[in-house]
Design a binder for this molecule. Structure first.
Ligand code: GLA
Length: 372
């Protein structure tokens, strides 16, 4: 069993795009291993698009660009592994990748074996330049089988952006995670739109195959490959908390060498990570009293989580009615709310729980029942 909980790691695309190299990947591996990310669960280091030459060699093999990866890919994989991390790479169902490098169409079994020989543990598989006459699901089935044929445990991360109702068939083709949305950009509109589009899809994510809401933008602050505007710290809190409540894979996209202390603390917040990694992988349900999103999620061990998101432009106080969470007047029980950021515990509440949230910020709580 490869993936009981949503995969976690770092991916090169959001910040670096095509500007990747052996040296960069080694530095990122160092940061992951030495700065607490690996310890917190971020164990996959993934190189996204743009790592190869523009053409295959005369025998049809993919060739790492020697200007970017002068030691070849096995050496990079060995270094990543020496840090206790797992190593991920990228290809595409089509003739070409999204950035125009060779895709795996017609070379699936050859490429899967190449990846296995290099020591790859994770393959992100994109959806650009698919021959029009072929079915996308058939091409995902094919690479899934090709990875299996290598005999190596390789996490299969499909990326067809949620097209063709992929939530309904990605589990059946053997994917371990699959992009259920279009590409994220580093701004408020992008992550709030993605979250809204995923509410009803959450129920499809479960052990061995998780809905992927795309790589994280936490800590980019408007710099890098998908930076279109940037966010402030409150917005990054909303973004990260939403991904955790929705049990999305958590793939960091920022430069770990220059991350702000605020962003680092957020990405390493053990309470939020535990909500993301909860073994029961239950969808969060939405309280429909407000236009603004409030989610409640059952966790294992009798615990619960609640996230209150002020996506409006004004500060707002929510009076969360505990009946919506399952209490009733004669239950004989109340609820205690523990703030996941400050650790502060509330008094026992029996009717409602008032939460004041500044514009574009959130509050997230662990919630437990107490007998009155
Ligand atoms: C697509 C994917 C992105 C990234 C790029 C690379 O847009 O959705 O996550 O992999 O391709 O070109």
């Amino acid at each position: 069993m490869l993936v009981n909980t949503p995969p976690m790691g770092w991916n090169s695309w959001n910040t670096f795009g095509e500007n990747i190299s052996d040296a960069l990947i080694r530095e990122m591996a160092d940061r992951m291993a030495e700065d607490g990310y690996l310890e917190a669960g971020y164990n996959y280091l993934v190189i996204d698009d743009c790592w190869s030459l523009r053409e295959r060699d005369e025998n049809g093999y993919l060739v790492p660009d020697p200007a970017k990866f002068p030691n070849g890919m096995k050496a990079v994989a060995d270094y990543v592994h020496s840090k206790g991390l797992k190593f991920g790479m990228y290809s595409c169902v089509g003739i070409r990748t999204c950035a125009g490098y060779p895709g795996s169409y017609g070379h699936e079994y050859q490429d899967a074996q190449t990846f296995a020989d290099w020591g790859v543990d994770f393959l992100k598989y994109d959806y650009c330049h698919k021959p029009a006459a072929t079915d996308g699901d058939m091409l995902y089935r094919r690479m899934s089988m090709a990875l299996k044929a290598t005999g190596r445990d390789i996490l299969f991360s499909a990326c067809n952006w949620g097209m063709h109702e992929s939530e309904k068939w990605m589990r059946s083709v053997g994917a371990h995670m699959y992009r259920s949305t279009g590409d994220i950009a580093d701004n408020f509109k992008s992550y709030t739109d993605i979250a809204a589009s995923q509410e009803y899809k959450q129920c499809y994510g479960a052990p061995q195959c998780f809905n992927d809401m795309d790589m994280l933008i936490v800590g980019m602050y408007g710099k890098g490959n998908v930076a279109l505007g940037g966010c402030n710290d409150a917005e990054y809190r909303q973004h990260f908390a939403l991904w955790c409540l929705f049990s999305s894979p958590l793939m960091i996209g920022a430069d770990l060498r220059t991350l702000s202390a605020e962003s680092k603390n957020l990405l390493l917040n053990r309470n939020l990570i535990a909500i993301d990694q909860d073994a029961e992988v239950r969808p969060a349900f939405r309280i429909l009293k407000w236009d603004l999103p409030v989610y409640f999620k059952h966790l294992s061990g009798g615990e619960n989580a609640m996230g209150v998101f002020n996506t409006s432009e004004k500060d707002h106080t929510f009076y969360c009615p505990l009946t919506d969470f399952g209490l009733c007047e004669n239950s004989g029980y109340g609820m205690i709310f523990t703030d996941v950021f400050t650790g502060e515990e509330s008094a026992v509440h029996t009717a409602d729980f008032p939460v004041s949230v500044p514009a574009h910020d959130c509050r997230v709580y662990k919630v437990r029942l107490v007998k009155l």
